[in-house]
Design a protein around this ligand. Structure first.
Ligand SMILES: Cc1cc2nc3c(=O)[nH]c(=O)nc-3n(C[C@H](O)[C@H](O)[C@H](O)COP(=O)(O)OP(=O)(O)OC[C@H]3O[C@@H](n4cnc5c(N)ncnc54)[C@H](O)[C@@H]3O)c2cc1C
Ligand SMILES: *[C@@H]1O[C@H](CO)[C@@H](O)[C@H](O)[C@H]1NC(C)=O
Ligand SMILES: *[C@@H]1O[C@H](CO)[C@@H](O)[C@H](O)[C@H]1NC(C)=O
Ligand SMILES: *[C@@H]1O[C@H](CO)[C@@H](O)[C@H](O)[C@H]1NC(C)=O
Ligand SMILES: *[C@@H]1O[C@H](CO)[C@@H](O)[C@H](O)[C@H]1NC(C)=O
Ligand SMILES: *[C@@H]1O[C@H](CO)[C@@H](O)[C@H](O)[C@H]1NC(C)=O
Ligand SMILES: *[C@@H]1O[C@H](CO)[C@@H](O)[C@H](O)[C@H]1NC(C)=O
Ligand SMILES: *[C@@H]1O[C@H](CO)[C@@H](O)[C@H](O)[C@H]1NC(C)=O
Length: 616
């Protein structure tokens, strides 16, 4: 009898194994990483598949936990094509228009518009924010660098934790990225060579992170002239670059670009794709989080909607909110966490009275002085059909040429003594309280197509960014629904200290433009704002009317020691007054870090993921 059954049992066993293998395989197939809408339970539910969200989610999923990510947008490669993927298009993406009436890009951008800004001539500003897998890492202009040792020390002191010092954070910068060393053969401009700190990054091996960081495979020829101009005002080229804890002088910046294909590296191309291939991570995309659900003060899930279909995702362990600087405070507030008076006035039951939610918004602003140049630039080349065709050929043939590159040459400084001589005592003491190594101003070199008829190849654009704004804005809610936009006050130039620093920075731009070294290429007089703007009052008024954002808004759910001092989350990003809930994104930065923030967003997400996995 047994001998008759044996072959049958064997066949059954083989079938069973094949079946199990199919289940395992299905769990690992990319298509199965995208959840069918409907109630589900995970260990961790992450709200927002953006820069921080996908980083945290990928690391938690790799630890063996079940993780569900809620992302309002879709896949930007499908929804926005090469505009989002090709670095050379980064600055021409229509979603970057800062004006109130902007070209809507609803598949990748939240279409947020601020309230009229009292310090900025009453303007309403369209503030681009990524609504897609990858979040703002899929929409940003790809500059990658880290802040200063002093700035991280200040963070550590403010929150009472040595975990935020440069030395403590460095392993997370290191493990989030993989640097490809510069390809000097592809860099077209021989006078744009440089040295850098090779120890700042992982370059090879299994310890490198998924985010690709590289040096541009093309140098905007006009940038070498801006390097000359910035040198003239005292900003020499740094020999280490901006990834080793100091920001001083100028450097060609690293960027989040995969140099093999010269395409954008986002949290989606890096962390998400890695997690899809290696973990059981699940993504609910085109799905909006509406409310965090609580049971006895513990976050137990999130109510969501996919294309009009509502359902609930239950979190066995934690809910992690990574919806960004505007939507994270909005989601907390509609869910009952925020300033009591505001919540009560809208009839929202208060779960945790946290006065700091949505407050403390810090936004770095910038403005530029322009002059004509005879040098070619990325913009002038791509605006000319014949040269553009060559550029396309270079890009497609061997990933070289203007399309491969986004950012360029940037520089940092604390304003020199001569520039601060007339500052008020208050401004002087506010600035003196900043860390000694924390720059106040960033200079960015850029260009636009010039007026060929007038012999101008490029309209050179040298801008200054205020890195340590003292003005404070806010995010609040005007309805109970996440389907409505939050109310945003960017706060620009409300504080007199910012106005003084802005005028001083503007004068530095004019000084840089006066560099004798520019004479081979400079043509004509200053084109913007021009000679009519001369007195401090005129300069300030022009800045109020023309400054725009550099999309670095932060600190609307500030990390702090406690709620009474305005803190929203503690040093491991746990929200005060409840359990099972963290916020992990740029909204928890206690203050605006100097320069471009994405490197720190990734590192912070890595750090908090490690905290969660370690049970902290
Ligand atoms: C145009 C632009 C240019 C920039 N340039 C640079 C640069 O060159 N270098 C640099 O370092 N930084 C740059 N930044 C800033 C940087 O990209 C951001 O600070 C950073 O990406 C923020 O990360 P985050 O995780 O806090 O938020 P995000 O990456 O914005 O992620 C938030 C995510 O949450 C999702 N979400 C929001 N609400 C909901 C909801 N209710 N339900 C579901 N999902 C939701 C969003 O769709 C988004 O995917 C730029 C930003 C922009 C917008
Ligand atoms: C981007 O796509 C458009 C439309 O398909 C195409 O014309 C253009 O050449 C592409 N650009 C690059 C750099 O590939
Ligand atoms: C840099 O090198 C290029 C190519 O040789 C040259 O055209 C340009 O004038 C140089 N620029 C500066 C600032 O030296
Ligand atoms: C890349 O291709 C372009 C034209 O397609 C060519 O001019 C250039 O020399 C090539 N560069 C390298 C580094 O191979
Ligand atoms: C394409 O690039 C290769 C090197 O990568 C180069 O040898 C070749 O000449 C380029 N093709 C054209 C058409 O320029
Ligand atoms: C400081 O004020 C004096 C007197 O008004 C003026 O001459 C000088 O240019 C000012 N300095 C700066 C850096 O603005
Ligand atoms: C370009 O320059 C020419 C010659 O100086 C001038 O007539 C024309 O108005 C300029 N065009 C623009 C758009 O400024
Ligand atoms: C709250 O934190 C602040 C520092 O941010 C501190 O000065 C204060 O003593 C703390 N209050 C309580 C009640 O712990």
């Amino acid at each position: 009898m047994l001998s008759v059954l044996q072959p049958l049992l064997f066949v059954l066993l083989v079938l069973l194994l094949a079946f199990c293998k199919t289940i395992v395989a299905v769990n690992r197939l990319p298509s199965s990483a995208f959840a069918v809408p409907g109630d589900a339970t995970y260990d961790y539910v992450v709200v927002g598949g953006g820069t921080a969200g996908l980083t945290v989610a990928a690391r938690l999923a790799a630890s063996g936990a079940s993780v569900g990510v809620i992302e309002a947008g879709g896949a930007y490669e499908l929804d926005n094509g090469n505009y989002s993927v090709v670095p050379g298009y980064a600055f021409t993406e229509p979603a970057l228009a800062p004006v109130e009436f902007f070209p809507p890009r609803p598949l990748i951008d939240w279409s947020l518009v601020s309230q009229p800004l009292t310090g900025a001539a009453g303007r309403r500003i369209h503030y681009a924010a990524g609504k897609t897998l990858g979040g703002s890492s899929a929409l940003n202009t790809m500059a990658y660098h880290r802040a200063t040792k002093g700035a991280y020390q200040r963070w550590a002191s403010l929150v009472g934790s040595t975990a935020y010092t440069w030395d403590s954070l460095f392993p997370y910068f290191f493990k989030s990225t993989k640097l490809t060393p510069p390809n000097f053969a592809k860099r077209n401009t021989p006078n744009a060579t440089f040295t850098y700190d090779k120890a700042a990054f992982c370059t090879t091996g299994p310890n490198c992170g998924p985010l690709q960081v590289s040096y541009a495979q093309w140098v905007d020829p006009t940038n070498t002239w801006f390097a000359v101009a910035l040198k003239f005002i005292g900003l020499a080229t740094s020999s280490v670059g901006f990834n080793s804890g100091s920001l001083s002088g100028g450097a060609y910046t690293t960027g989040t670009i995969d140099p093999t294909h010269a395409t954008r590296s986002s949290s989606e191309t890096s962390y998400l794709r890695w997690a899809i291939a290696n973990t059981g991570l699940m993504v609910h995309y085109r799905t909006q989080a509406l409310k965090i659900l609580f049971t006895s003060g513990k976050a137990t899930g999130v109510s969501v909607v996919t294309e009009g279909f509502p359902y609930t995702l239950t979190a066995k362990k934690e809910v992690i909110v990574s919806a960004g600087v505007f939507h994270s405070p909005q989601l907390l507030m509609v869910s009952g966490i925020g300033p009591q008076a505001k919540l009560t006035s809208l009839g929202i039951p208060v779960i945790s009275n946290l006065p700091g939610v949505g407050q403390n918004l810090q936004d770095q602003i910038f403005f530029a002085v322009q002059n004509g140049l005879t040098s070619a630039s990325t913009a002038s080349i791509l605006a000319d059909p014949a040269q553009q065709a060559v550029a396309l050929q270079q890009y497609l043939n061997n990933t070289s040429g203007p399309y491969t590159s986004a950012g360029g040459y940037i520089a940092f400084e604390k304003l020199p003594a001569a520039s601060r001589a007339n500052f008020s005592a208050r401004t002087t003491s506010l600035l003196a309280a900043l860390p000694a190594d924390m720059p106040e101003i960033e200079y960015l070199a850029g260009g636009f197509p010039g007026n060929a008829t007038a012999g101008i190849t490029t309209t050179g654009d040298l801008s200054a960014t205020l890195l340590a704004p003292f003005s404070r804005g806010s995010v609040t809610i005007s309805s109970l629904s996440m389907l409505d936009s939050p109310a945003i006050d960017l706060g620009w130039l409300k504080d007199a200290a910012d106005a003084e620093v802005a005028v001083a920075a503007f004068k530095r731009l004019r000084q840089a433009w006066s560099a004798p070294g520019l004479s081979p290429v400079k043509v004509g007089l200053e084109s913007r704002p021009g000679a009519a703007v001369q007195t401090d009052a005129q300069i300030l008024q022009w800045i109020r009317e023309n400054a725009i954002q550099i999309w670095h808004a932060s600190s609307t759910n500030a990390m702090g020691m406690n709620a009474t001092a305005g803190g929203v989350v503690d040093k491991t990003c746990k929200v005060f007054g409840v359990t099972g809930l963290r916020v992990v994104d740029i909204s928890v930065f206690p203050f605006a870090l100097p320069g471009h923030p994405q490197a720190t967003v990734y590192a912070l997400a890595e750090k908090i993921a490690a905290d969660i996995i370690a049970g902290r």
